[in-house]
Every structure is written in C-alpha cells, then in structure tokens.
Design a protein around this ligand. Structure first.
Ligand SMILES: [Zn+2]
Length: 309
C-alpha cells in the first residue's frame, strides 16, 4: 500500500500511553492527533449491536461531532442467543410483536429495525451491519475476509473492539471471538496476498479494546485493566437515549444506565467510557511510531520505504 507523505502527516495518531499508565482524556477524545486539523477514522467492531453502543457509543459520537468518521460495525445481530421462538420472546421482551416471530428472517428483520432506530439516535455515527452468523461466531477464514473487507473499505486510523481474552470466564463467548477475529483481520488486511478485494490494503496504527467497568477485570485478574478513559459528558445523554431504545430487550432502564455511569466514574468525571489500549511494539523507546501499524512496525517500515522509492 502506498501512502503519500501528506497522508502520513494528516493521519498521524498520537500514542498516548506506554506501559500501563492510565490516561484520562478530557475533551479531546481518544483520537487526539498531533496536528489539530487532522481527522481520524474510527471503526468499532463488536459481537453484537448492543456491545458497540454500550462500550463506546458516546466516544464514537464525540468523535463524529468533531468531524471524524465514526463507524459502528456489529459483526452479528446476536439473534442466535436473543430469540427464543418456542417461548415467543426476544431478549427480555415478550409481547405480541415477539410472539409473531416464526422464522429467522422475521427475527432478523424485527431486531434490525430496533438496532437502526437505536443507532439513529447516535447520528452522525454510521451503522454498518455485517450480518455474520452468531452463537457461535466462527473464527473462520470466511469471517476474517468479511472483517478485512470492512477494514480495507473504511481504512480506519483506529479500530475499537472486544479484548480477545476478556470474556474467557465471563460474558458471551462471541465477545472474545469477535476480538480475536478483528485482531487477526487487522494483520491480514495489510497483506496483498490475502483475499482479493476492490479496496487497497490497509494499515491500522491503533487498537483500542473495550474496558468495561472495573470489577469484572479485577475478578478475572486481568493484567490489561483499562488504561484509557474518555470523558463523554457531552455525549452521554445521547448514548442513554439510544440505549433506552434497546432498553426493553435488555432490561435497560434510566436507573440502570445511571448506575452504569457511576460504576465507571472517577472523581470530577461522572461520565467515562473505559478502554484498554493494546501496547504498541516498542522498537525504540525514544521513538513512538505515529501512523505506523501496531504490530510489525519495523517490517512495514521497510516496505513503505521501498514503495515510496
Ligand atoms: Zn454481546
């Protein structure tokens, strides 16, 4: 892939933390760039639509409102674990509308409608439903190609996704597999020989994983506890509004949202979204590699030099 020097400059992202230092970003967003004029492209992948919204909905909106491109990409609809056709329920909702769902296609359509309405409340964040099969989400070459295609199409400077080891003991197994699928796809999106595509190869220089609220991480003894906190005071209300459209399906209420904010709050910052920035490979301690990929930075540097020549 050939990038011009000016693209390199405008896409330069700022590596904000090294070696586990927690960073609180107030009013700047995780995509604060070295040059204030530069724009970021964020693609946020999640196993399910509610995961992306719950983990980073307010951060995506914050970026979108400052002029960055922010795309939410739920890999699956999660219908496989939400829809109970014999019971006539969908998630926690059981009423006339859910009793009428008889086929997978009807269930997909029913939930797609809810998801689209919920994400419309986060506009101008874009929604891109990938529609992979869930429960289980397969770690297959076919699915990696589907994710690679999204990465190549949007050319994100920053990818957000599930932490690949976070839900080893807790949560839906598709969360962990979504994280792993996306990390694999980020590597393979760089390879010309992997998957013929109408889009150019892509290099992702920054990966941010969903942090969740503190207690689960601590109970799992995770070394990768949240190390980036984004202050989303300006967009928290819009996220709550969007989450409440989803509400009846997941038992989400105004009160439960309030509790959720209080769990992730820090003194002076009542509305935070927590993340784990995966460590960049440190090639030279005194030199961060803005605009360079997360892994294999030294290898790609050689490639980039050659392609420029
Ligand atoms: Zn989920």
């Amino acid at each position: 892939m050939i990038r011009t020097t000016s693209q390199e400059l405008t896409r330069r992202s700022f590596v904000s933390s090294l070696a586990g230092t927690a960073v609180l970003l107030n009013g700047q967003g995780i995509g604060q760039a070295a040059e204030t004029s530069s724009k970021e492209t964020l693609v946020a992948f999640g196993a399910h639509p509610a995961d992306v919204m719950g983990s980073c909905g307010a951060t995506l909106l914050k970026h979108a409102l400052r002029g960055d491109k922010a795309v939410a990409v739920p890999l699956t609809l999660g219908v496989g674990h939400l829809w109970k056709p014999k019971e006539g329920s969908f998630g926690r909702l059981k009423d006339e509308s859910t009793a009428q769902l008889k086929t997978l296609e009807q269930a997909n359509r029913f939930y797609t409608d809810v998801v689209q309405k919920a994400y419309a409340a986060l506009s101008p964040v874009e929604l891109h439903l990938l529609g992979l099969a869930d429960s289980p989400l397969e770690l297959s070459t076919k699915n990696i190609k589907a994710v690679v295609e999204v990465i190549r199409r949007f050319q994100p400077t920053m990818v957000l996704t599930h932490h690949p080891t976070m839900s080893l003991l807790a949560g839906h197994p598709d969360h962990r597999d979504a994280g792993e699928l996306v990390l694999r796809a980020i590597m393979l999106a760089m390879e010309e020989t992997f998957h013929t595509s109408p889009y150019p190869t892509a290099v992702v220089s920054r990966i941010i994983c969903y942090g969740g609220s503190g207690d689960r991480w601590q109970s799992l003894g995770q070394a990768d506890a949240p190390n980036v906190f984004v202050d989303v005071s300006d967009t928290a209300t819009a996220k709550d509004k969007a989450s409440l459209i989803h509400g009846p399906l997941f038992g989400v209420t105004a009160d439960s949202l309030k509790q959720r904010w209080s769990r992730s709050s820090q003194p002076g910052h009542p509305h935070l979204e927590a993340f784990v920035q995966l460590r960049p490979v440190v090639v030279d301690y005194l030199r961060s590699s803005p605009g360079r990929p997360w892994l294999g930075a030294n290898l790609l540097e050689g490639k980039a030099e050659r392609s420029k020549a």
